[in-house]
Design a binder for this molecule. Structure first.
Ligand code: ADP
Ligand code: SF4
Length: 669
């Protein structure tokens, strides 16, 4: 189908200083958990974006000097000439598809504890450094500031030699330049105090970087258009005055907001185009092009923001991860095929844990080099095997789509009327509606594949599977929450667990509304305990959430949500008992025990919701494992995240009838 001509505007070139972006699709710098540790993986990942139509592709934050090392988080670096070659590898791959390549030069200042380099952290003043690390910065003197500017210029020249088209001065978030911009910078010299003084370092860096490389490279500035405040009413006063001072100095403004958990907020907390209110003034004070992000997956939203003069370039990190081919799909009138980001931030855990990026929607991200996976291409089938998939959750659906694309004849049987398994159930919980996109994209794809058929309301048993006589059987029957309270804390069932007052999140998702007061025992530590507590509290019940962790939903630190979840839980009036385990269930009460002191107390509880761990539903698999060609995937294999289930289904489909390396199943750097 040809594209809607209204969207032509998205494919107009945009001049950025001495270079021209071929279209308005701009992949902003984003971390990948790769950096200088995994340069080949990184180059292949960035190439995929360019191949998919992103007119500009940037690499991740790139340290300019060992005095800014972010270990254990993986950054890129341009510390010396040794670093040039592997950046050039990425740049060449991006250029091969006609896209511009950008690099975000970075100095963390007080945000870096320098655990790897052991260099003294630097800052505008003597400040606590790193993330709760017991070290402080040296307050930079004039000589330090001169050195910083020299490092920046040297790194910019290396970036130019690597072939980059756009070089950033990174003045946002909580890093060094922003530490100078902050009102907290009350240095007594010309780099602190007044607004003009605080913005002096940024001005000098822009000017000196342009002087050094501005003949061939555009100089972009990443800048916070707000200083914080309420999400929908952020304070933009000072940023506006600063931007007015610097308005036409750089070639491009990449604008964001100060609060990172809002900028890259999950869909539970922030909607598409969430930065619009805080950034829409910027184009009014500069003639230079402006890029900003907003988890854009709708071409209509993109068009509106360009038309209304809010942005010139459609900035994206997550939408380009979930679908590296988003621009091509719009270009070809296939926007119904965009694999839309669900806003879960699983992609961010790679950076947080120092491991390669992964994505709930796109199982191929991060696997481009080490496994040779492509998000849009999959090898044709290796046999005429007919495949039966039992279970239509994320794992079963992904296996069906990918096997179908390979050309296999696939039958999928699902017990329930609705397909989607856990994503269908969980997307009905507060804040998780966008998660249904995992199901919807796959159903849309299956609709285009004549060789994939599915049966709803079909509970398949052992006999039926044997009777169906498929060549391969895939069991994707998922997992159920345990009722007995076993998990990380309890290695044996909790005494009293088998009373009717004990239920699980599955019961609530099936529509059970218990009586209060309720105790939610969360030993899972991801989102479920907090969300279930929210459902029950909103239904008017008295709710206590008890967890052995020291905060609610502690794993969501990695998805940049924990702070917001805890604020929500407390704001709703849910009683939070941290460092606490449920140790027994009685008649109308439970015993809570402090994991630190062993002190116990009885609290009233008409209902207990055990949110501890899950049991794979693998009976069918075990009944048939020795008799037919059968494999289990997804939560039925090992309960995990939705991303894990999708990956498992994809891997099964991709590896069927292929030679998989024995031993380590991927290439290593
Ligand atoms: P995963 O995350 O691994 O995809 P889910 O729990 O989301 O797992 O999905 C499992 C799906 O399997 C559910 O939709 C469930 O209804 C379905 N299912 C479970 N047992 C059977 C069965 N015997 N026959 C058909 N479908 C089944
Ligand atoms: Fe979007 Fe989640 Fe994929 Fe990240 S992991 S790109 S938030 S779908």
């Amino acid at each position: 189908m040809p594209r809607d001509p209204r969207f032509d505007v998205l494919f107009e070139p945009v001049r950025i200083g001495p270079v021209t972006a071929p279209n308005r699709f701009y992949q902003v710098p984003h971390c990948t958990g790769m950096g200088y540790r995994r340069p080949r993986s990184l180059a292949a990942l960035r190439e995929m974006k360019a191949e998919g139509g992103w007119g500009t592709v940037c690499t991740e934050y790139t340290s300019i000097h060992p005095s800014s090392d972010d270990e254990p988080y993986p950054t890129a670096s341009l510390w010396d000439d040794q670093d040039i070659d592997w950046h050039a590898l990425m740049v060449d791959k991006v250029h091969a598809h006609g896209a511009l390549a950008g690099v975000e030069l970075w100095h963390g200042g007080a945000a870096s504890a320098n655990l790897y380099s052991r260099e003294t952290p630097l800052g505008p003043a003597s400040l606590p450094a790193g993330v709760n690390d017991p070290v402080q910065t040296r307050a930079m003197d004039k000589a330090d500031i001169r050195e910083l500017k020299r490092w920046h210029v040297e790194a910019a020249k290396r970036a130019q030699r690597a072939g980059f088209d756009i070089v950033y001065v990174y003045a946002a978030h909580h890093y060094l330049i922003r530490q100078f911009l902050s009102p907290a910078n009350q240095r007594s010299d010309e780099y602190g105090g007044s607004l003009e003084n605080r913005s002096r370092l940024l001005r000098e860096l822009i000017v000196e970087t342009k002087e050094a490389i501005g003949d061939t490279c555009a100089v972009a500035v990443r800048f916070s258009a707000s200083t914080g405040g309420e999400d929908d009413d952020q304070d933009t006063t000072e940023p506006r005055e600063m931007l007015e001072l610097l308005s036409d100095l750089p070639d491009l403004w990449d604008v964001t907001v100060h609060d990172y958990s809002y900028e890259m907020g999950t869909s539970r907390f922030v909607e598409e185009a969430g930065l619009e209110a805080a950034t829409s003034w910027v184009k009014g004070v500069t003639d230079k092009p402006v890029v900003s992000v907003g988890r854009f997956t709708s071409p209509e939203t993109m068009l509106r923001l360009v038309r209304q003069g809010v942005i010139d370039l459609i900035g994206a990190a997550r939408p380009s991860i979930a679908d590296p081919f988003l621009p091509s799909k719009i270009a070809e009138g296939r926007d119904d095929e965009i694999r839309e980001c669900i806003g879960c931030n699983i992609c961010y855990i790679g950076d947080q844990t120092g491991t390669p990026i992964r994505c709930t929607q796109n199982p191929t991200i991060g696997e481009e080099w080490r496994k040779g996976w492509h998000p849009e291409d999959i090898p044709v089938k290796g046999s005429d095997a007919k495949v039966l998939i039992v279970g239509g959750g994320p794992a079963g659906l992904e296996a069906a789509v990918s096997l179908g694309k390979r050309g296999y004849e696939v039958t999928l049987a699902e017990a329930r009327r609705e397909l989607g398994g856990r994503v269908t159930l969980e997307s009905a919980l507060p804040g998780l509606a966008e998660w249904a996109r995992v199901r919807d994209w796959r159903l849309n794809q299956i609709g285009k594949l004549p060789n994939v058929e599915f049966y709803r309301e079909s509970v398949v048993d052992e006999e039926q599977i044997l009777e169906f006589a498929a060549d391969r059987v895939v069991i994707a029957t998922g997992a159920k929450w345990r009722r007995d309270g076993m998990g990380r804390w309890h290695e044996a069932p909790i005494p009293g667990w088998d009373t009717p007052s004990v239920i699980t999140p599955d019961d609530i998702m099936e529509g059970v509304m218990p009586t209060g007061p309720v105790v939610v025992f969360d030993d899972d530590h991801y989102y479920m305990g907090g969300v279930i507590a929210e459902v029950l509290r909103r239904a008017g019940l008295d709710v206590t959430l008890a967890t052995p962790a020291n905060e609610v939903s502690t794993w969501t630190q990695l998805t940049e949500e924990q702070y917001r979840i805890q604020a929500k839980i407390l704001g709703l009036g849910i009683v939070l008992e941290t460092g606490t385990a449920v140790t027994s269930v009685g008649e109308g009460s439970v015993t809570l025990e402090s994991i630190h002191t062993g002190q116990t107390k009885e609290v009233e509880a008409a209902t207990v919701v055990m949110t501890t761990s899950r049991l794979p539903q693998d009976a069918l698999y075990h009944a048939l494992a020795d008799r037919i060609a059968i494999q289990r995937i997804g939560d039925c294999d090992a309960p995990g995240t939705i991303a894990t289930a999708v990956y498992s289904g994809h891997r099964y489909a991709r590896e069927m009838d292929t030679e998989v390396p024995i031993g380590v199943p991927f290439r290593r750097e």
